[in-house]
Design a protein around this ligand. Structure first.
Ligand code: ZN
Length: 326
């Protein structure tokens, strides 16, 4: 067809072929980042006319991020949304996104609260697994050792449970109502100062599996932190009394198995994910480790987490209807 056309007209204006074909422009935009589409738009009036269709910007936005379904933009075009997302991506996707902990299923003792999962624990190194002997040696060299061995925990601990299938959750607030998520990694806590377990390993209080929910979950926010709460269901809506806000689930990851090790377990994404609402609820299913301290009650399961790393970029200026808050 191309050669025939070339015979009819030796210099066919190439744009006339696809001019007016919105679906074709959408296909092209679906392979272009917003910045490139913006540049292309500036090259001629045909392209400027084509790019006035917001569907092109939606396609271009979905080229750079997974929007987790239809984006409920509030009085905003996809063109504007794409500009804000692109600006966020330009800064890279390596920013720590957790701002604070806002809720938890249970706490064993008050200092073992969920706020401890935000910083990286001092007793954890990528190059060695700390043992009591090493800690003593470090102290003899005058080096600081993590205070988790002396009652100042660097981790969150659930309450004890006799049931290895009992579940826990943590609610974390992200740095912005709209974020681009690159990865989420959960690092179970390895209690290097406790007696070794029946496999001669220091206990690692890992859950069996986990999944993450992104959205806005005012029903899970606790004040003060750690008040005992039932596990909220994402499909359950509270009565919605005056001033009460409803939970809004934007995206739920698939459930992944957690290794019985202090090495982190990641939620991996095919593409950076646009998450709305400013909350992530990390659900942890089951418990793999029993307590090893013999002077305490035996046969008790716990979930303990050293660190949860949520990495990506905060998106400023993008307003969505399910972004929650005031
Ligand atoms: Zn520690």
């Amino acid at each position: 067809a191309t050669s025939e056309m070339a015979e009819d007209n030796p210099n066919p204006p190439p744009l006339s072929i696809i001019q007016g074909e919105v679906w074709l422009w959408e296909c092209i935009a679906a392979h272009l980042p917003p910045k490139t589409l913006a540049r292309l738009e500036g090259t001629c009036r045909h392209l400027r006319a084509a790019a006035s269709d917001d569907a092109l910007w939606k396609a271009s936005l979905e080229h750079v991020v997974d929007t987790g379904g239809a984006l409920p933009l509030h009085n905003m075009t996809h063109r504007a949304a794409a500009r804000h997302v692109h600006a966020a991506l330009e800064g890279g996707l390596q920013c720590p996104l957790v701002y604070c902990a806002e809720g938890v299923s249970s706490i064993d003792r008050q200092p073992e609260g969920p706020e401890n999962v935000i910083p990286w624990s001092q007793c954890v190194s990528e190059t060695f697994d700390l043992t009591p002997e090493m800690a003593m040696q470090m102290q003899s060299w005058g080096r600081e050792v993590c205070h988790c061995c002396t009652g100042r925990p660097c981790y969150w601990s659930s309450a004890a449970s006799a049931d290895g299938d009992s579940d826990e959750w943590l609610l974390l607030r992200l740095r912005a109502r709209v974020c681009v998520l690159q990865s989420l990694v959960l690092h179970p806590y390895r209690a290097w100062w406790q007696p070794r377990d029946e496999q001669s390993k220091y206990p690692v209080y890992a859950p069996k599996s986990m999944e993450c929910e992104f959205g806005y979950f005012p029903g899970s926010v606790q004040n003060p932190l750690g008040r005992r709460a039932a596990t909220p269901s994402p499909n359950e809506h509270s009565e919605g009394g005056e001033g009460e806000k409803e939970d809004l689930l934007h995206f739920k990851t698939s459930r992944v198995s957690v290794a019985h090790s202090a090495q982190g377990t990641s939620i991996t994404l095919d593409k950076p994910l646009l998450v709305l609402g400013g909350h992530v609820r990390v659900r942890m299913y089951g418990k793999q480790q029993r307590q090893t301290l013999v002077y305490q009650m035996a046969n008790e399961f716990y979930t303990c987490v050293q660190h949860i790393a949520v990495t990506g970029a905060a998106v400023r200026g993008l307003v969505c209807d399910t972004a929650g808050g005031e």
